[in-house]
Design a protein around this ligand. Structure first.
Ligand code: HMG
Ligand code: MG
Length: 299
């Protein structure tokens, strides 16, 4: 029986990548230290992508360099190609994330290549990672809808996830990139994946554009998924999925899990502080329903 939920905190990467106001290395480190204080154990710390494509992530290796080394926390960096993993290795990164999509047009817009070409890049990344004993997590984007192509066939998503697994990804996160999905679609997605893979290695990565993320996570739990990506304060969005809002807020996922009797290990008071601090820094409204209620009622 499921008792614990693994949360992968993506606020420092997915959460910040779309923010126009440049944040300093110190500001990013403050955010990550606040997340560590909230007891998050899996933290995506940034991405080694082209600064021309995603300027906010340009300081990711500098951020990573200054993270504590002697810790039980797993800090990862998102890498699109050989240059990305080389940069990550140079700062001692122990885990990288690779990414592709179940849509050709999105892959082209996001990484300027076809899905097959993205797999060639991923193969290069994985072989370098394995040489250096670095773990590799995989992402598939547009698992329900694509902003350019519309509905995506769940069996296509399942076969791409399978391909990532066969290449050496230890965990694969399915990205509902534009936050349009409803639970019936999410159920069909996990059912298609179950035919290809052991679903215990799959994670749900839900954006919350239409306010469906918590409903989709609940459906995913019902289908046996026990790993979820989330972003403090609901920060985020993909620069190549116009109008898509942030990831589901980590605080809201924690509230759901606690209510269902599942543990996340999170210190919620500390997480609310982290959430409030980063949203103030970015001068943006807090995207977590939990945090807004907590701050209004309790403090
Ligand atoms: P390109 O322009 O086709 O590549 O971009 P290129 O090889 O021609 O290189 C162009 C320039 O970028 C060159 O510099 C390279 O050196 C440089 P120049 O010679 O012009 O000065 N470059 C790099 N610089 C730093 N780090 C690198 C790197 N690679 C090349 N690794 C590329 C191809 C893949 C680089 C580009 O398209 C890119 O960086 N894309 C990343 C886009 C991105 O970060 N998107 C958001 C993350 S994915 C996401 O959010 C979805 C997810 O959350 C799940 C979900 O929600 O669905 C994961
Ligand atoms: Mg995302």
């Amino acid at each position: 029986m499921m008792t614990h939920i693994k949360i992968v905190e993506v606020g420092a990467r997915d959460g910040l990548q779309n923010e126009k106001t440049p944040l300093s290395v110190d500001d990013k480190l403050t955010l990550i230290h606040d997340l560590m204080a909230a007891n998050l154990k899996f933290i995506e710390a940034g991405s080694c992508v082209s600064p021309k494509w995603v300027p906010q992530m340009a300081s990711s290796t500098e951020v990573y360099r200054q993270l504590p080394k002697d810790t039980d926390i797993s800090f990862s960096l998102l890498t699109p190609n050989t240059q990305g993993i080389k940069d990550a290795l140079e700062v001692g990164c122990q885990e990288v994330a690779v990414f592709t999509a179940a849509s050709e047009s999105f892959t082209k817009k996001n990484t300027n290549c076809t899905i097959d070409e993205s797999f060639e890049r991923i193969l290069d990344i994985i072989s370098l990672a394995q040489e250096h004993d670095v773990k590799v997590r995989g992402y598939v984007s547009c698992v329900v809808d694509c902003p350019y192509e519309g509905a995506i066939d769940p069996t296509k998503v399942a076969s791409i996830a399978r391909r990532l697994y066969d290449m050496g990804c230890y965990e694969i996160s399915l990205g509902e990139t534009i936050g349009t999905a409803t639970p019936n679609q999410v159920r069909r997605l996990w059912q298609a994946c179950r035919d290809e893979l052991d679903i215990s290695i799959l994670a749900g990565h839900f954006h919350d554009t239409y306010g469906m993320a918590i409903a989709n996570i609940y459906e995913s739990l019902e289908q046996g998924i026990a790993i979820f990506d989330a972003s403090v304060g609901g920060l985020g969005g993909c620069p190549y999925a116009k109008g898509a809002s942030g990831n589901v807020a980590t605080e809201d996922v924690h509230y759901l899990m606690t209510g269902l009797g599942l543990s996340t290990g999170i210190d919620i008071d500390k997480l609310v502080q982290a959430s409030h601090a980063i949203c103030q820094k970015l001068a943006r409204p807090n995207g977590s329903k939990f945090t807004n209620a907590y701050l209004a009622n309790c403090h």
